[in-house]
Design a protein. Structure first.
Length: 153
């Protein structure tokens, strides 16, 4: 694991806030040379501390503002059934996140669609069409109180 100093942590915070900042802008903020900032970024990318750069979209402006968390329980837990379920979920564009969890359910899926009608269609034609699903339980988001992609370092 890469040891992060305070400058690395500040750089990561700045990049998580706005990854389109130029190395010149970052160097001014960090009081480092452009080359030093560039080398730090490359070091963090090589160590896979920085995994990717993405654009975050406004859900409402692309008509995808209906969010649900769907709990899924499998009927069997053999390695083959687990792997098959996970392979199938990876193919579903509506699923933003999927976690294998402990507790009453086996998986939690974060699903984003246009509206309740599209969610119903997703459940009937896609999710429950996956073999070995024993039970599902949906929770619908009323209001997004906090949403961040930034990880405190």
């Amino acid at each position: 694991m890469l040891k992060l100093d305070q400058t690395d942590k500040t750089l990561l915070k700045l990049l998580q806030t706005d990854s389109k900042q130029t190395t010149k802008e970052l160097s001014n903020t960090l009081k480092l040379s452009v080359t030093a900032v560039y080398e730090r970024i490359k070091k963090l990318e090589k160590a896979e501390v920085i995994k990717n750069y993405v654009a975050l979209l406004d859900k409402k402006k692309i008509a995808k503002s209906f969010m649900a968390y769907c709990h899924v329980r499998l009927t069997q837990h053999s390695k083959d059934f687990v792997k098959r379920f996970e392979r199938e979920v990876l193919k579903l564009d509506e699923v933003l996140e999927c976690y294998h969890v402990s507790g009453d359910y086996d998986y939690i899926l974060k699903v984003l669609v246009k509206d309740m009608e599209e969610y119903r269609d997703f459940m009937i034609t896609k999710l429950t069409a996956i073999p070995n699903i024993g039970n599902t339980h949906s929770i619908f988001v009323i209001e997004e109180v906090k949403h961040t992609t930034a990880i405190s370092v």
